[in-house]
Design a protein around this ligand. Sequence first.
Ligand code: SAM
Ligand code: SF4
Length: 337
Amino acid sequence: MSVAPRTDGVLVDRYDRVARDLRVSLTDKCNLRCTYCMPAEGLPWLAGPELLTDEEIVRLVRVAVERLGVTEVRFTGGEPLIRPGLLGIVTAVAALDPRPRISLTTNGIGLDRLAPALRTAGLDRVNVSLDTLDPARFTQLTRRPRLDAVLAGLAGAAAAGLDPVKINSVLMRGVNEDEAPALLRFALDHGYQLRIIEQMPLDAQHGWDRSTMVTAEEILASLRTQFDLGPDPTERGAAPAETWLVDGGPARVGVIASVTRPFCGDCDRTRLTADGQIRACLFATEESDLRAALRGGATDDEVAQRWRTAMWGKRAGHGIDDPTFLQPTRPMSAIGG
Ligand code: SAM
Ligand code: SF4
């Protein structure tokens, strides 16, 4: 264990984890209302001046890449495709030296139209969230009748050459818990990679209940009713998904068991919210204000040092199973999933 924050180089914490993967939330707003994420009426959105400008985002990503050793940049939200400056931001980040790998987590609405330009701008890969293939269930789950738009987005991403195209699914008891095999069949048929995520206590309505959550064990048992899942010889590293070879491979399926099999010990993520706060963890209760630093005239060196100090305080684990666990006050959509 290290004893004090470094004053140069990478983002290391007191448990010697190094953060190389930056998640940037581009907006807290969204055009869906997934029940595990947002209430039907939406949330009190951040006001315009509270949001980082495109230039501020690019400057912070540059500091992360040039001074702090970040090698992966993922844009998320809210829904990142509704940020007007997205293409310009991706273009500027792709021009950084060393060039980071650039990815996007999106609900897929509008991706059919935007994917070619995003690819040209420098986007490497994409994760599209899709929890069900049934139109009525989709509307129940997201409170919007947009399944066709998401399916078109997936197809458009693959056609534009984004590779891999991954699907993120969350299963909810009594809604879509039986759909893991159908989602995997769909992914295999289209060349997409499926990852199923355990639901986490990050919804604004605080409706999460450990006792009704669909667990990784149940997800795997459900998949095994129709597929043979074998051990995956590739090294997992800091990836949140544990992966299995499907029917002998080469296709794989991943399960992200954030709750029942936490992977905090290997976490390499640092998060920037749309209003310029650094969070060391999705479940952090503290934030470090880089927007104030930027707008107060801080130099790149000063910003980098604030970021190092923020990551130094990262806790060992999220503590969801701890009786004293407190859900973060910001919901997932405002942190950046
Ligand atoms: N709007 C984009 C999307 O849906 O992909 C990006 C933001 S969303 C917050 C990022 C990811 O978080 C999605 O895959 C979504 O399914 C997941 N997510 C949201 N709330 C969650 C929760 N309570 N537990 C687990 N995953 C959640
Ligand atoms: Fe929007 Fe993504 Fe949250 Fe669904 S999970 S409401 S698409 S931010």
